[in-house]
Design a protein around this ligand. Structure first.
Ligand SMILES: CC(C)(COP(=O)(O)OP(=O)(O)OC[C@H]1O[C@@H](n2cnc3c(N)ncnc32)[C@H](O)[C@@H]1OP(=O)(O)O)[C@@H](O)C(=O)NCCC(=O)NCCS
Length: 211
């Protein structure tokens, strides 16, 4: 089954709505306004704000992550988010709705793996205020509780202390080290391999074999 970009967007929006309205989420996070951020899908309408924020965040992003910095690159980038294998999320401030950062749930593999890879970036105007920690904790719960994944991976360059701290705070464990793993900013860069697993057999995804 494939998704058109509109269908993919609608499916991600519906899954996020269902997740964010869950009683278990409200109970564990306290009243809705105790979190300062929420998650929503990245949409074509985010183009101008996104491109402007990426340009303003050039020094923060370099050399850790390359993100689209023109309207054309942004629109092409959105096409990869087909919901089934990849989802692009905005971390939005509850107060006013501005984007504090973005989180990508990529390389979703079902069957016996039930695994995805997470990537994320803060935007400079609101970085370092805990918004990404809140956003990532929501995204991790969304991935486990709503998408019913079993494992999340984060691949991080050894010198990226802000990112290493961020995943450590979420309970990710370091599993290994891969030389020349990802092509970023013109180079094949070494990465530490971090991951988090959950075990909720009663909530297994339907594509997980019975045994
Ligand atoms: C990695 C990255 C997303 C972290 O974003 P961030 O905005 O610094 O994240 P947060 O604000 O949630 O957390 C950072 C700090 O805010 C602090 N903070 C401030 N107010 C806070 C609050 N109210 N609640 C929680 N933390 C708060 C935290 O203590 C934390 O500081 P510490 O790391 O020194 O302990 C950001 O540095 C980034 O975008 N880097 C470039 C792209 C990148 O590397 N992506 C990942 C590739 S693997």
């Amino acid at each position: 089954m494939t998704n058109t970009p509109d269908t993919a967007l609608a499916r991600t929006a519906a899954e996020l709505d269902e997740f964010l309205s869950r009683r278990s989420l409200r109970e564990s996070s306290g009243p809705a306004d105790s979190l300062r951020v929420t998650l929503r899908p990245l949409t074509p309408d985010d183009q101008d704000e996104y491109v402007e924020l990426v340009r303003a965040s050039k020094d923060l992003l370099h050399p850790w992550m390359s993100l689209p910095s023109t309207p054309e690159e942004f629109q092409a980038y959105l096409e990869r988010f087909d919901h089934l294998t990849s989802q692009g999320l905005a971390v939005a401030l509850r107060d006013g709705g501005a984007m504090a950062g973005t989180i990508y749930i990529n390389s979703i593999i079902r069957g016996r793996f039930q695994c995805a890879s997470v990537a994320y970036a803060a935007f400079a105007p609101t970085a370092g205020q805990g918004y990404m920690s809140e956003g990532l904790s929501l995204a991790v719960r969304y991935a486990f509780e709503q998408l019913r994944l079993h494992r999340l991976e984060a691949n991080i360059q050894p010198g990226n202390h802000a990112s290493l701290k961020l995943v450590e705070r979420q309970g990710f464990r370091k599993e290994g080290y891969s030389p020349a793993m990802l092509f970023i900013d013109g180079e094949w860069r070494d990465h530490e391999r971090w991951a988090l697993t959950t075990n909720t057999p009663d909530k297994a995804h339907p594509s997980l074999p019975a045994r």
